[in-house]
Design a protein around this ligand. Structure first.
Ligand SMILES: [Mn+2]
Length: 314
């Protein structure tokens, strides 16, 4: 790939975005580019389709850079951590109408983009962006390093998932040299949970079911839980990691009831089981170790479908 992203820096107006309800990787990579463009005195708008508000445990990222009023169209868009345009939410049209669509990602085979800078073996999109910035000889300052490290931490489950390669550690090491503050970032993401979110966690733990035969563990969050504990849905993303803790469970599912009664599912695997294939049944996406989907089927049906699929793959 000889294409340079810098070629497109002059082809404004520019818009930067990532997948709907962005996580640490989508936000980290997007904000990193935004900071770089600011330093280069290049105008760029940045925003995401967010259901409620941006997650508080990622608010070490420069949320203040979010663009309040967007233009109606853009010449160039940069899309981070998003494998298909349907995951852009309300920005799908604005992205697909742009002349230059630059997709920087680590999902398997993104389905769009006039230029794709993609490595599905990379642990995070920030890893892909880091390599690209290095290749194009950009200097990475502390603020950019904090953004890139955030994606690396969250998408490797704090350097624990099988995608945690020596390159991941080398990049993390370089980012620390640039001043990235790993301890305060980690503390913000994992070390402090809203009191009510912690109480909600106890309910989710109570509901965990462990199907030992197929090494499958799952639990559910209902709308009534959000009300009871006065919590926004985006503050509960970490709960899948709690469901995943059960010893002997290789596959974990957290179902999250939506306002309209449908469900969103988050899947994680501990071994080499490919949970992306489970999400694909519901047209969802993601990676081998972490994936997600939406479904209007009943809770019971979703769980049954997943159990059956696991059985066929054992
Ligand atoms: Mn990612």
């Amino acid at each position: 790939m000889n294409e340079q992203i810098s070629t497109f820096f002059e082809k404004g107006p520019i818009f930067i975005t990532g997948h709907v309800n962005p996580d640490g990787d989508a936000l980290g990579s997007s904000f990193c580019l935004k900071i770089l463009l600011n330093k280069e005195n290049i105008d760029a708008d940045i925003n995401f389709d967010i259901e409620n508000k941006l997650p508080s445990n990622l608010d070490h990222l420069p949320y203040e850079l979010i663009t309040k009023k967007l233009q109606s169209s853009y010449e160039t868009v940069f899309v981070f951590d998003c494998g298909n345009p349907g995951r852009l939410g309300r920005y799908e049209d604005i992205v697909l109408k742009a002349k230059n669509i630059i997709v920087i990602d680590h999902h398997i085979n993104p389905t769009f983009g006039s230029l794709q800078i993609v490595d599905s073996d990379a642990a995070s999109t920030t890893q892909v962006l880091y390599r690209q910035l290095l290749k194009e000889k950009y200097e990475i300052d502390k603020d950019m390093a904090d953004c890139l490290l955030t994606g690396l931490i969250t998408d490797t489950g704090r350097f624990q998932y099988p995608n945690t390669t020596t390159e991941v550690f080398n990049i993390a090491s370089e980012l620390l040299k640039q001043g990235a503050d790993i301890s305060s970032i980690s503390e913000n993401i994992y070390g402090s949970i809203e009191f009510n979110a912690l109480k909600l966690q106890s309910e989710i733990i109570n509901r965990i079911i462990f199907d030992e035969d197929i090494k499958f563990t799952y639990s559910t969050i209902y709308q009534k839980d959000y009300k009871k504990y006065n919590i926004d849905a985006e503050e509960t993303d970490f709960l899948i990691d709690v469901v995943r803790l059960v010893r002997g469970a290789d596959i974990a599912l957290l179902l999250k009831e939506q306002v309209d009664g449908t469900f969103k599912g988050s899947l994680r695997s501990r071994n080499n089981f490919n949970v992306q294939e489970l999400s694909a049944i519901f047209d969802g996406g993601g990676h081998k170790a972490a994936s997600g989907f939406s479904s209007s089927s009943s809770q019971e049906d979703i769980i049954e479908i997943i159990k059956n699929e696991i059985r066929t793959k054992l």
